[in-house]
Structures are given as structure tokens and as C-alpha cells.
Design a protein around this ligand. Structure first.
Ligand SMILES: C[S@@+](CC[C@H](N)C(=O)[O-])C[C@H]1O[C@@H](n2cnc3c(N)ncnc32)[C@H](O)[C@@H]1O
Length: 208
């Protein structure tokens, strides 16, 4: 797993102050098609459906795989305070782009599987006090073991009533029933965003 950088990473900011985020997204898709999982960023309908699943009340949120910030924008618009949002993005160029657009949000350039470590390292977040983890990671292109690792890291820092919101292309949960049972979780499909390209479903996972 790679190193973690919080805030501006001196080496990449200048090279990565992009004028066209969707173009950067497509370029990164050419380089890392499996990791990016889509050639275009998530649409508004999907972002709204994901953020609709946040519990009430909801203060502290982590967003995984934020890409160009389609979910980040809606999270902030719905009242999540920038200082209560931790964004994790593995791609350096996209992380730099997110830092430029959301200067008050903590952006970590890191692997989502390190989330528990990240939260322990951060002075703003405490393990066990997170209300929700919202994931923009395209899990279908990952092995089941990696999907499980991400969920395990997230539930290590989520509070008792906390939930993990995951989008996926297609109607089926990207985390299988056996994996969920092994992790002590249950899932439900919350809805489908047909106007997204490609159409996507949203799943919510909680402790069983
Ligand atoms: C489908 S795209 C993001 C969509 C995002 N909602 C948007 O509209 O831009 C998936 C994102 O997850 C990131 N990603 C993939 N694997 C990751 C991992 N293990 N940890 C953190 N980010 C990851 C990719 O770099 C990419 O930006």
C-alpha cells in the first residue's frame, strides 16, 4: 500500500491544477481503467441518491474514491461541514484537483484500505465516532478480498449506528452475502440512478 499524504502534496499541485476535471478523469481512466471503473465522473442523480442515504443526524463523514468530487459537492451542499469531511483518493492527480476545489476539506491521497490507520493519524477524526462512509470506488473491478478489506477498515472506525454507502453499476450488491455475513454486516439496495452513465444502484451496509 502507498504512503498517505494529507493536504497539498508539493510535488504534484502545480502539475495538477486542472481546468477540465472530466478530462483528467478520462486520462486517468486510460492509465488505470480498473481503478477508475468508469470513463466519466458520477452524475448528479447518483450523487443525490448516495447522499440521501446518510443517517440523521449525521456530522462526521468519510468519502472514499472521490474522483472529481461529484459526491463531495453534494455532501457539502447538504450541510456536512468541510472540517467534518475526510476525503480519501488514491490517485495523485485527482487528489490534487480535490484539494484545489475543496480547500477547506481534508483530502488524503491514500488507499481506502488504510482508512482505519488514516483516521487514527488524523487529529480531527476519532475512531468510533464516524457517522457514515460514502464510497465512490468502483468495486466491481476489484477482487472480493479487496472489497472486504475496504469494508473492514471502514467499520473499524464507524460508530455503532454508522453506515457504509456504496454505489455500483448494475442491480446486484458488489459485496456478496457470504462476505457480508463474515464481516457481521447486512446490506440493502436503496435505489437506482437510471440517468447516470452507466446506470448505477446504491447499497447501504450496516452492522447486522
Ligand atoms: C468511479 S471513480 C469516482 C467517481 C466519483 N464519484 C466522481 O464522480 O468523480 C472511482 C474513484 O475511486 C478511486 N479509487 C479506486 N480505488 C481506490 C482505493 N483503493 N482507495 C481510494 N480511492 C480509490 C479512483 O482513483 C477513482 O477516482
Amino acid at each position: 500500500m502507498g504512503r498517505i499524504t494529507f493536504g497539498a502534496d508539493e510535488s504534484d499541485v502545480e502539475a495538477c491544477a486542472p481546468r477540465f476535471p472530466a478530462l483528467v478523469f478520462a486520462e486517468q481512466w486510460i492509465r488505470h481503467p480498473l481503478r477508475m471503473a468508469s470513463i466519466v465522473p458520477s452524475g448528479r442523480q447518483l450523487a443525490e441518491l448516495v447522499v440521501d442515504q446518510l443517517p440523521a443526524p449525521c456530522a462526521r463523514v468519510v468519502e472514499l474514491g472521490a474522483g472529481t468530487g461529484a459526491f463531495t459537492r453534494i455532501l457539502l451542499a447538504r450541510g456536512i461541514r468541510p472540517e467534518n469531511l475526510l476525503v480519501v483518493e488514491i490517485d495523485q492527480r485527482l487528489a490534487a484537483l480535490l484539494r484545489t476545489e475543496f480547500s477547506r476539506v481534508r483530502v488524503a491521497c491514500a488507499d481506502a484500505r488504510q482508512l482505519d490507520r488514516l483516521v487514527r493519524k488524523s487529529d480531527a477524526f476519532t475512531a468510533g465516532e464516524l457517522d457514515a462512509v460514502v464510497s465512490g470506488i468502483g468495486m466491481l473491478t476489484m477482487r472480493q478480498a479487496l472489497r472486504a478489506e475496504i469494508l473492514r477498515a471502514a467499520f473499524a472506525v464507524l460508530g455503532n449506528g454508522g453506515c457504509f454507502v456504496q454505489f455500483t453499476y448494475g442491480p446486484v450488491s458488489p459485496v456478496g452475502a457470504r462476505t457480508l455475513a463474515a464481516l457481521g454486516l447486512q446490506g440493502r439496495r436503496a435505489g437506482i440512478a437510471l440517468r447516470n452513465f452507466p446506470p448505477a444502484s446504491v447499497f447501504v451496509y450496516r452492522r447486522a
